[in-house]
Write a protein of this length. Structure first.
Length: 223
């Protein structure tokens, strides 16, 4: 008689769910539920951001391809027949096209998402290093600029973490340059960003193992 396997801890299930969301393999209902959790749970948002960052290098295997210009071919098929009398219909056609264009503009303005203001944070601590962070929720990017201090010493790496109200740190990856731009999921105001000094390659655990050198809280940027 085999012993049943223990259930997967909730934390591992959330990590798997975040990975599936980042890969785009969830169905519409599941994706909607995850997006609701991302808006309400900073830790879940950070988990998704971490997976998006891990999977981002996969895009390098698929170079951008310019779409062919199909307009000439479409025009030839539509207007290859006799065009006699076409000019007589031109005024009505122009008026109809103008109305359609105006309607399209109105509809486009109605469905455009409301821009979300950026969030910023100043990360400081013991004085050895400091960073300025800017999160753009509309573009889904986080920019981190080192404003003081130097890169990590040989054999060590600086690692960025997001800490929500639950106090659970979630890795956002290594800080490899003085100016870093990375894709992230939306993080709400109040999330704490932290930088720790870790072994080369990052923390061997799911939490920081080295000293935390700088922290800062994401707040709405002043306009």
């Amino acid at each position: 008689m085999t012993t049943p396997e223990p259930p997967i801890p909730a934390r591992d299930e959330d990590d798997l769910l975040a990975a599936e969301y980042a890969l785009g393999v969830l169905d519409r209902a599941e994706r909607a539920r995850v997006e609701m959790r991302i808006r309400r749970e900073p830790v879940m948002a950070a988990r998704v951001a971490a997976w998006e960052m891990r999977l981002a290098p996969l895009n390098a295997d698929y170079p951008e391809v310019r779409a062919p210009n199909l307009l000439p071919r479409i025009e030839r098929r539509l207007f290859a027949a006799e065009r006699r009398g076409w000019l007589a219909l031109l005024p009505g056609f122009v008026a109809g096209a103008a109305s359609a264009a105006a309607l399209a503009v109105v509809l486009a303005l109605a469905v455009l998402p409301t821009p979300v203001p950026p969030l910023t944070a100043t990360l400081a601590g013991d004085g050895s290093v400091a960073f300025a962070a800017r999160l753009d929720p509309t573009r889904g990017t986080l920019r981190l600029i080192r404003t003081a201090g130097e890169a990590a010493p040989p054999g060590r790496d600086l690692q960025l973490w997001a800490i929500g109200p639950e106090g659970v740190p979630v890795s956002l990856g290594l800080i490899a340059a003085a100016d870093t731009l990375r894709p992230v999921a939306a993080l709400p105001a109040g999330v704490v960003l932290a930088v720790s000094l870790e072994p080369a390659g990052g923390s061997p655990e799911v939490v920081p193992t080295g000293p935390v050198l700088a922290t800062g809280t994401l707040t709405a940027a002043e306009r």
